[in-house]
Ligand binder design. Sequence first.
Ligand SMILES: Cc1cc2nc3c(=O)[nH]c(=O)nc-3n(C[C@H](O)[C@H](O)[C@H](O)COP(=O)(O)O)c2cc1C
Length: 320
Amino acid sequence: MKKDDTTIILAPLQGFTDVTYRNVFSDHFSGVDEAVAPFISTMGQMRLKPSRIKDVNPENNKKLFVVPQILGNIPKDFIFLADHLYEMGIKKINWNLGCPHSKIAKKKRGSGLLMYPDEIDAFLDTVVPKISNTLSVKLRLGRKSKNEIFKVLYVLDKYPLDEIILHPRTGRQMYEGTSDHDAFEKALHCSRHPLTYNGDIIDLDSFHAVQKKFPHIQRFMIGRGLLSNPFLAEDIKKIIINKNKIELLKDFHDDLFAGYQKIFSGPAHLTGRMKGFWNYLGPSFKQSKKPLKNILKADSIAKYRDMVTKIFNADPEFIK
Ligand SMILES: Cc1cc2nc3c(=O)[nH]c(=O)nc-3n(C[C@H](O)[C@H](O)[C@H](O)COP(=O)(O)O)c2cc1C
């Protein structure tokens, strides 16, 4: 298989990979081919949350192709949202069957539905014929057990799907342990649909390990690995960058800050969002412990900017 067939998809990361991030990321880095947006919850009573719709509006997403993701288990609400997206020109949507958070799972949403393959079947039986968009599914191995996936894959085989994006952990596991490559392999043999691999690709070694184990997989979804190393997709695709990495990161940071400054009204909201990124990016700098702590401690925009200027001016070494 040719290396250039590799497709890299930015994972949905609620609170991180929104439209602002996706556009600023695309201005500064390459190698990522498409994105799945963080989930939009169905709301019921024919309601929509305008800010969530704006996030996936193709008008605002001209730099990176985006597939909106829907979280929900009520067919009529899902169809209502899918139709609205279709009218906006959105041809592909994704269904979230992976969210591990117990509050959501308890309501049989996200990974909470994986224990109920008959309900997945009934949902798809109603939804698929009624929506004009094509559908993909993002899921985990199960809610409690990694064996739940087999019945779910059996059900999914009945329906036309663009792809199945599998993160090989259970919902209960949250992010503990490692992605289960053997379980992914078993799933691969039990589905007629194309599978996309997702989970713990954090550097070239982990990417190559997945590629070696699954030589026929062409589509890889990466989340946290891209937050901590925005050059990762370029590295994977061997895209040569001629500029200094620290300068590129600084420019990226400044544009991200400016982007969020336009939409967040309160300073705490703005610095809170930026600190979220630093939690991932910070440890990628050599000797980052103290400067990172100072950034995370900053209680005003002025202090935050001061600390960020300090970390960049110290000419840190990016070790990813
Ligand atoms: C902060 C955070 C938010 C997430 N939000 C979503 C989401 O909205 N929809 C979804 O399907 N998965 C979500 N995920 C899961 C990721 O998309 C991905 O499956 C997971 O992080 C494993 O991939 P990675 O190891 O490359 O990060 C989220 C994960 C994190 C850490």
